[in-house]
Design a protein around this ligand. Sequence first.
Ligand code: PEP
Length: 231
Amino acid sequence: MLIAGNWKMYKGPGETREFCSAFTPPASIEAVICPPFGSLGAGVASGHTIFAQNVHWAEEGAFTGEVSAPILVELGVQGAIVGHSERRQYFGETDETIARRVFAAVEHGLRAIACVGESAEERESGQMDLVLRLQVEALADAVGPHERLVIAYEPIWAIGTGKTATPAIAQEAHAFIKSLLDVPVLYGGSVKPDNAAELLAQPDVDGALVGGASLDVESFAAICLAAASLR
Ligand code: PEP
C-alpha cells in the first residue's frame, strides 16, 4: 500500500524540514512525500522517501524550467509524479509528453506515479472509458507493466473540490485501468482521514495520492494509519 502526498507549490525547505521531522509513518505502508522542486533536498535529507512532481524526458538540454531524471537521481529523489491534471490543464501536457516523461523516469531507475482521470464533462457525456483508455494505452505503449510504474486514478472533478469518488466509482475505474495495464493503481481526489479507509478497502485500490490533506502532518499521518489498519 502506497500513500503519496502531493504538496503542489506549497512548503519551502524550512516547512519541509518541520513536517518531515514530525512525520512518522507506520512501518507496514509506504509513505512518499512529493515536495516542490526547491524543497526536494530538504526532503531527501530527512530520510523519508521523496518523489518530485515532474521530470523531463531528456537527459539534459535547453529546456528552461525543467528537471531531468539524472538530476533527480543525483539529489537522492526516488521517483516522480507525472501527468498530474494540473500539468495537463495549465502546462499543456499531453498523453504523449507524459508517456515520454514516464519512460525517461523508469529508464533512469526512478519510480513514476502517472496520473490519469476524466473531467466531469467527459464522465457525463459517456466518454470516460475512452479518455481513460487513451491515457492508459499511451503509458502501456511507452513502458508496459513496468515494476517502477504505478498509475494514479484522479478524476478531475474530485481534485481539490471536496467531492470524493464513491468507493464503488473508484473500484470500477481502477478495475478498468488494470484491465488495460496491470500495475498498482492509487486513488486521488479529496482523500481525507475520514474517507481514506473506505476507499482503500476496495480490492483494486492499491493506495492513495493525497493533495490538500497531505499538507498537514496530522491528517497525512491519519491517512497513512488508516491504510496500515487495512493491510
Ligand atoms: C492531487 O493533487 O493529486 C489531489 C488528489 O488533490 P486533493 O487531495 O486535494 O483533491
